[in-house]
Design a protein around this ligand. Structure first.
Ligand SMILES: Cc1cc2nc3c(=O)[nH]c(=O)nc-3n(C[C@H](O)[C@H](O)[C@H](O)COP(=O)(O)OP(=O)(O)OC[C@H]3O[C@@H](n4cnc5c(N)ncnc54)[C@H](O)[C@@H]3O)c2cc1C
Length: 317
């Protein structure tokens, strides 16, 4: 079976959950090969092998961490040329999509972004037009380059050989045109990243004030979830903008999305409607969010959410 290259998203050699999901998916499509780029790459080898990587291509060239995505796209392009893979899978986050676009240009290939499912013949399920339409798409030219949203597949272990193959690449001046001068790690207060989280609890205008997010955070912490917010809440300054879910915010696709005090405007839906199970809590039984929800709770969120938090706490013992 042909190789399927998976770009591993990692921090100093510790892969993020989405990388294990992509390797799990790659096992259905061919022989998974992990591509780990940047400082600490070799430290990831054993971890990605546990999820089926037969080969682990590593490159720790300093250009990979000193510049934006150009050098990473170049290493991947050289690997595509030398391995002729069946496909390249990347995480559908901002960096993954930018690398994918550059890789598509460099290799003359078709690109699919934001896939939420993939079949063995590389047909991707892809929400488009802000998530209002779902299409089945297939790359018709070159090597299929596909970015896949986090939580599209449950990660499962299946040991691969994990043979490490260090690679080198020649970087052009264009690859190095933008230099990273500082990195600031966002303080998430121990909560998972919004884009990767399996559970997201979001609050909207219905929380009434910044303090109202206290009940949202308590439920999130009981569930080990990330906190999201509608634009009405972030524009009001009740919660930081980087937590905004929607068309002009983050796109999430968790196993469980809980929307409290959110009406369900089309721009909010665009960022969360591919969530596997959606629970809406709203005091207005006519709120549009209920059209989308798998479970709806009509009631005041300040009554309902603390009860939910208590119940989750009891069940966790
Ligand atoms: C170009 C553009 C881009 C946009 N991008 C985004 C985006 O990325 N993300 C986004 O979210 N929005 C976005 N919006 C804004 C969007 O149109 C809506 O205005 C916004 O989503 C509304 O937020 P909301 O649901 O919190 O507020 P509202 O629509 O005001 O809804 C509040 C809801 O809370 C309920 N409620 C009130 N009090 C309680 C209570 N105590 N208990 C339970 N329920 C209660 C109400 O019944 C109501 O349904 C965008 C708009 C435009 C024009």
């Amino acid at each position: 079976m042909a190789e399927v290259l998976v770009l591993v998203d990692h921090v100093d050699g510790t892969p993020k959950k989405v990388s294990y999901e992509l390797l799990t998916l790659a096992r259905e499509l061919g022989t998974p090969s992990a591509v780990v780029l940047g400082a600490g790459a070799s430290a990831a080898a054993e971890k990605v092998a546990a999820y089926g990587a037969e080969k682990v291509y590593t490159c720790e060239a300093e250009e990979l961490d000193a510049h934006l995505v150009g050098p990473k796209a170049t290493v991947l392009a050289e690997l595509v040329s030398s391995t002729s893979p069946a496909a390249v899978l990347l995480p559908s986050n901002a960096e993954g999509k930018e690398i994918a676009a550059r890789l598509a240009v460099k290799t003359g290939s078709g690109l699919i972004t934001d896939a939420v499912g993939l079949t063995a013949d590389l047909t991707a399920e892809q929400p488009i037009f802000g998530g209002s339409v779902v299409v089945q798409s297939k790359v018709a030219t070159g090597t299929p380059i596909i970015t896949v949203r986090a939580n599209s597949t449950a990660p499962s272990e299946s040991p691969g050989a994990g043979t490490v193959e260090p690679v080198t690449a020649t970087f052009s001046d264009a690859d190095k045109a933008a230099r990273i001068v500082e990195k600031v790690v966002e303080d998430k207060g121990g909560r998972p990243d919004l884009g990767d989280a399996s559970v997201v609890v979001s609050g909207g205008r219905g929380v009434g004030a910044a303090e109202g997010f206290g009940v949202i955070e308590q439920l999130a912490d009981a569930l080990g979830a990330a906190v999201g917010a509608s634009r009405a809440a972030t524009d009001a300054g009740w919660y930081p903008h980087q937590h905004q879910v929607g068309q002009t915010g983050r796109t999430v696709s968790p196993q469980l999305y809980i929307a409290a005090g959110i009406s369900g405007a089309i721009q909010h839906r665009a960022g969360m409607q591919t969530s596997k199970t959606i629970v809406a809590i709203n005091k207005d039984p006519e709120a549009p969010i209920f059209e989308l929800a798998d479970f709806g709770l009509v009631g005041d969120l300040f009554t309902v959410v603390p009860q939910l938090t208590d119940e989750v706490g009891k069940r966790k013992g």
